[in-house]
Design a protein around this ligand. Structure first.
Ligand SMILES: [Zn+2]
Length: 190
């Protein structure tokens, strides 16, 4: 099935590029990908959709232009990147090269510093590439610099990611946390 393969490729590209809880949701996403291939229209053959293509694919999700996004009253900016608000996303946030995706339903369940960290993490993928640790580091250093991330906030983030299990490709939550604490304390920007 060509259609199934193409959807799975798109899904795995996005997961690889920027999903905070990639491990936890991988199996679910694979199943969802197969169901999508059977039940719904596919994205174009290109692995990287435009924000408009993605938004249409998920049923007409809103696209927020740079400067339009607020999280708990704070304006969020990631260069010129727009954010697609996707209530059906299988994760809190995700990133394709060129735009970010947030799930407002899941974000509603977490505290402000965790929300801002998720956005900053996905933004980190825009500027630093697919590596999770690097995106984590980008996010906590941005939080420190912009003043929204305290040591207490970092504790909340660590609690949030602690259930994530490690694998050869993804470090476990506690390892990520250890690395983020180092980054947070490091005055040089990585
Ligand atoms: Zn990520």
């Amino acid at each position: 099935m060509v259609a199934a393969v193409s959807v799975l490729l798109v899904e795995s590209t996005r997961q690889f590029f920027g999903s905070i809880m990639a491990l936890r949701f991988r199996a679910l996403t694979l199943i969802a990908g197969v169901l999508l291939a059977v039940a719904g229209p596919c994205l174009a053959d290109d692995a990287i959709p435009t924000p408009e293509e993605y938004a249409e694919h998920v049923g007409g999700a809103p696209i927020l232009r740079p400067g339009e996004l607020k999280l708990d009253g704070r304006q969020q900016v990631c260069g010129q990147r727009p954010t697609v608000i996707d209530k059906s996303l299988d994760d809190y946030g995700a990133a394709y090269p060129g735009f970010l995706i947030l799930n407002p339903k899941l974000l509603d369940r977490v505290s402000t510093p965790v929300k801002l960290w998720i956005y900053a993490h996905e933004c980190g993928h825009q500027f630093r590439g697919p590596d999770e640790e690097t995106a984590d580091c980008f996010a906590v250093q941005r939080g420190r610099r912009q003043g929204w991330l305290t040591e207490g906030g970092l504790d909340e983030i660590c609690k949030f990611i602690s259930p994530a299990k490690g694998s050869s490709m993804h470090l476990s939550g506690s390892h990520r946390c250890e690395y983020m604490r180092k980054c947070y304390a490091d005055p040089s920007i990585r």
